[in-house]
Design a binder for this molecule. Structure first.
Ligand code: BJW
Length: 234
């Protein structure tokens, strides 16, 4: 039976790299994805940053420059922003993506559970600020009395994702959960479908190909996000 999002009151949407793929941002695990050029533990873990901070900075500097210069929202971002704007109920948009393409398309309530590429964080105080320039080991934050190194505001493996209380509350009270363009490999995001099901929600996966947890969803629509997302969120 088809699922019509207009018939629900409280929706949680989870997006992953697939929603930005057609904006020119490489996904993580697909062929040609970022992990092929850089081993994950080299660039996306606290241990990797301690071992070789310049490599990690170079990796994120490259992606930050590409994001600023080239990436623009695609029809999937636009459809989600339009639906969120017109939807009379609650819609929480949770993204694992560190780009800002949902906001650029006009989305308002976006939770970046894995951080934001256009932000930096003081390694001493945790203070977060805007970042549009390259970072290096010489980039120091002066928010405290003692200058401290800056790091990308990114959630690395082994670190706690952001806004988990807010997300858990929304999952516990939603009646529809939609996962878009995510492989279902990385937790806790891959477990959100179980939390939504436990709350009695209908669950939908919109993806290019079946994900690792696609068997957990009530409905799965396969195709590029630029087509399946506007078709679902009409
Ligand atoms: C398209 C498309 C198109 C393509 N249209 N679709 C063993 C078991 C279980 C868990 C663990 C374990 N060992 C360790 C863990 C925990 C670990 C984890 O999950 N590891 C797994 C790899 C096993 N997780 C963590 O460490 C997390 N923290 C944590 O768990 O803390 C404990 C805690 C939990 C809860 C509360 C409190 C505390 C932190 C995870 C941090 C993830 N960080 C990264 C990198 C940082 C950002 C960056 O550098 O950019 O985040 S990893 C990377 O994966 C990135 C992504 O956000 C994340 C998810 O990837 P995503 O979005 O799914 O992308 P892909 O590439 O995997 O998939 C793309 C999909 O799109 C595919 O399905 C394609 O088919 C599709 N697609 N084109 C539609 N056009």
């Amino acid at each position: 039976m088809p699922i019509n999002p207009h018939e629900f009151q409280s929706i949680v949407v989870l997006t992953g790299a697939g929603v930005s793929a057609e904006s020119g941002i490489a996904t993580f695990r697909d062929s040609g994805g970022l992990w092929e050029q850089h081993r994950v533990e080299e660039v996306a873990s606290p241990a990797g940053f301690r071992r070789d901070p310049e490599l990690v900075h170079r990796f994120y500097n490259l992606r930050r420059r590409q994001l600023i210069a080239e990436a623009r929202p695609n029809p999937a971002h636009a459809a989600l922003a339009r639906f969120q704007r017109d939807f009379p109920g609650e819609l929480l948009l949770v993204t694992q993506n560190v780009d800002h393409l949902h906001e650029e398309a006009g989305a308002t309530r976006v939770v970046h559970m894995h951080g934001e590429l256009l932000k930096q964080r003081c390694t001493r105080s945790g203070q977060v600020s805007d970042c549009r320039e390259d970072l290096s080991t010489g980039s120091l934050c002066r928010c405290c009395q003692t200058p401290a190194p800056l790091r990308p505001h990114i959630v690395w493996f082994g670190e706690t994702p952001l806004e988990m209380e807010l997300i858990d509350r929304a999952l516990a009270s939603c009646d529809l959960f939609v996962a878009i363009g995510t492989s279902g490999h990385v937790y806790p995001a891959a477990g959100f479908v179980d939390a939504a099901r436990a709350a009695g929600a209908k669950t939908v996966a919109l993806n290019l190909e079946p994900s690792a947890n696609s068997h957990c969803f009530d409905l799965q629509e396969l195709g590029p996000a630029s087509e399946v997302v506007p078709a679902f969120f009409t």
